[in-house]
Design a protein around this ligand. Sequence first.
Ligand code: PEP
Ligand code: MN
Length: 369
Amino acid sequence: MIIVMKADVGEGSAEIPRIIERAHSFPGITTQVHRIQGQTRGLTEIYLLGATGVVPAEVFEEFESVEKVVRVTQKFRAIGRHDALEAASFEYRGVRIAQDTLHVFPGLCAVDTREHQDLTFAALQRAGIKTARAGAYKPRTSPYDFQGLGQACLPWLFESAGKHGIQIVTMEVTHESHIDEIKRARAQSGDATGVMLQIGTRNAQNFELLKAVGQQTELPVLFKRGMGISLEESLNACEYVASGGNRRIVFCLRGVKSHLGEPHRNFVDFAHVSVVQRLTRLPVCVDPSHSVGRRISGADGLLDIFHVTAQGIVTGANMVLVDVHPRPDKALCDGPQALLLEELPGFLEDVAITREAYQKRVAAARART
Ligand code: PEP
Ligand code: MN
């Protein structure tokens, strides 16, 4: 059960301890107070945990400061909308991420050399982009493939990001120890940039790792859906992150494993953007690079990666993760799917065209009702 307080009721309100005391009068009920950033306002919410089925909502609805009482199902308790809650948003390093914003995070799939990193961040800066991807810890299918430079690259990676005005870098972690390595290197860099911890598709059900990123609140989390599990299973896994206390989460679609998607690397699942936005309070990211897996062009001259990105954006995606590389033929991971740095401005132009189309669609739908 979630008790949503009225908009002007802050965490310091005198009614909150009274509501909590009332909640605790029911056997086995415990409470958590969360301050959530909604789309347009800050919200204080009191979560009742335990056997809330027998707790009557009216008891709390009578309080002057309560806006509404929402019964939640067992599923997605913390990330779910439960047909009644508004979307959540968060601001990190001056970047607001929400179900009504859009940010592009281009970058290296795997950081390989300092020169390639500098060239990439410089290209982003020229394009006016402050958000990037950069993989230092790479989960690879074969143990003989490049596993990433690990913590060794973090000092110069963060320094380069800071130098080029990059505010957030999404970076996959494959082991709990990587979280502390990143935090330490970031602190040593003088807080040069922000980091969003990425959970890769292969670790979507690594529950101990999910708990570890969820129990820290310093860094937001980008959770990628599992490639071979249902959407519901992925949402349940993502709930592990939120239930640990970290509510700054973005849910990422990256295609699912099926030969039915061939010749693309994965079957593109961006029809789920609106589904995830409806079922959860989370902003939704799409990763066209790992979905398509190849830098190939359509008959119309647009790359498949552009087309697939457009599919995500035209349906309301809030974030795009896209691989770029200054020399894809030299890349140590996923070179064949990387866009060239020269293609970035065109990609961003295409993104802007599609975002405008999405906004027009929403405005037209509102005008019809
Ligand atoms: C990645 O984004 O670098 C990556 C490995 O993606 P995924 O986990 O979706 O395969
Ligand atoms: Mn990759």
